[in-house]
Design a protein around this ligand. Structure first.
Ligand SMILES: [Fe+2]
Length: 361
């Protein structure tokens, strides 16, 4: 065979299809490990949305999922859209309504407020309205846009596909208002959570220190979420899992430690509005170093219903590493962990409550 003639042009720019899309949208991309406060992230106009926005793709997502913050001006609405990626929406501030419809189907509208969580079903049309004439409404969305755009790399198909996913949303009248179903393992299948900041949670002993939690399965998504809370003067056990878990602090003051096994520990101090995404297979551990319970929302892979995506939710994240799981028990911690926490408590004039959990082992 003759030698092939080599093109004098490179095959492609070394940039993912997702990154190219973000650039073409003309919105700045925020990167790194941590966002100090989603309430104050600076925004700029995003023509596709018809609102002010910033796209966030933190290191820990592995570019499998991403987030964006978007603000709807007082008395205004965003443009209707549909897309072939999932989108979980958490209302950061304000109140308003969303109208959802399948192509050619009836329209249903539901109202939301600060703390609400919902998801426009995959490829269903949706439009968000600000319900106030004087205050902006701001939300944070976590989406599967990166993995979908990187796989399909055809933006027209992602945003202009006519297929109706009737298995996800069949225009049911009560889709966003029915009570949903509770399952074992603190799982609530629902399509609308009125207020994640104030909902009642259920005890979860295995993760340590008096913690409680509820998991969400929403809109037949492969993305899912949970809300966790842990008491004053306590911290959770370290564990690791797959990429893309967006941890959004709802209340409390504290810090998280993140480290790849055997390597240097990073520390991020947080308060309400902070967001951190632990990278795949990095240990991470959350510490309450403030005077009130710490509560966070995690939007992530690891659905209990659509199982096995990206190594999340495989049932090992609350099992001791010595037993083949992905969690470090308190007695096996690097002593620096306990020492750092005691210093943080002393600095905040808080009494550590950890002694009773250490003793239990
Ligand atoms: Fe985690």
């Amino acid at each position: 065979m003759a030698e092939p003639k080599i093109s004098d042009k490179p095959i492609a720019e070394k940039k993912s299809s997702y990154r190219k899309w973000v650039e073409s949208e003309g919105v700045s991309l925020i990167e790194g490990f941590f966002i100090e406060d989603i309430k104050t992230v600076p925004l700029q106009p995003w023509k596709r949305k018809g609102g002010q926005a910033a796209i966030i793709c933190l290191e820990g997502t592995g570019e499998t999922d991403d987030a964006y913050v978007c603000e709807i001006a007082p008395g205004k609405s965003l443009r209707p859209e549909r897309h072939l990626f999932e989108e979980m929406i958490y209302i950061v501030s304000g109140r308003g309504a969303t109208t959802v419809w399948n192509e050619g189907g009836p329209r249903h509208t539901f109202e939301w407020q600060e703390g609400s969580l919902f998801s426009p079903p995959l490829n269903a049309w949706h439009q968000l309205f600000n319900g106030s004439g004087t205050q902006p409404a701001r939300y944070l969305a976590v989406t599967s846009a990166p993995i979908m755009i990187n796989l399909i790399h055809n933006i027209d198909f992602i945003f202009n596909c006519d297929y109706v996913f009737g298995d996800r949303y069949d225009s049911q009248e009560d889709y966003f208002s029915n009570e949903g179903t509770w399952y074992e393992g603190r799982v609530w299948e629902t399509n609308f959570v009125p207020d994640v900041r104030n909902m009642k949670l259920l005890e979860w002993k295995e993760r340590g220190a008096g913690g409680s939690q509820v998991r969400f399965q929403i809109a037949e998504n492969t993305l899912c979420g949970h809300v966790s809370q842990f008491p004053v003067g306590t911290y959770k056990k370290a564990h690791y899992h797959g990429p893309g878990a967006h941890v959004i602090i709802l209340s409390g003051k504290g810090y998280s430690l993140l480290w790849p096994q055997g390597q240097e520990i990073r520390r991020h101090d947080w308060g309400p509005g902070s967001m951190v995404v632990p990278p795949a297979n990095w240990f991470h551990q959350h510490f309450n170093a403030g005077a009130e319970p710490a509560r966070y929302l995690a939007l992530r892979w690891g659905s209990k219903k659509y199982y096995g995506m990206l190594g999340e939710g495989l049932g090992q994240t609350d099992v001791d590493v010595k037993k083949g799981g992905h969690q470090i028990e308190y007695e096996d911690e690097d002593p620096i962990v306990r020492k750092t926490f005691e210093e943080a408590c002393a600095g905040a004039a808080i009494k550590s409550q950890m002694e009773k959990y250490y003793k239990k082992g």
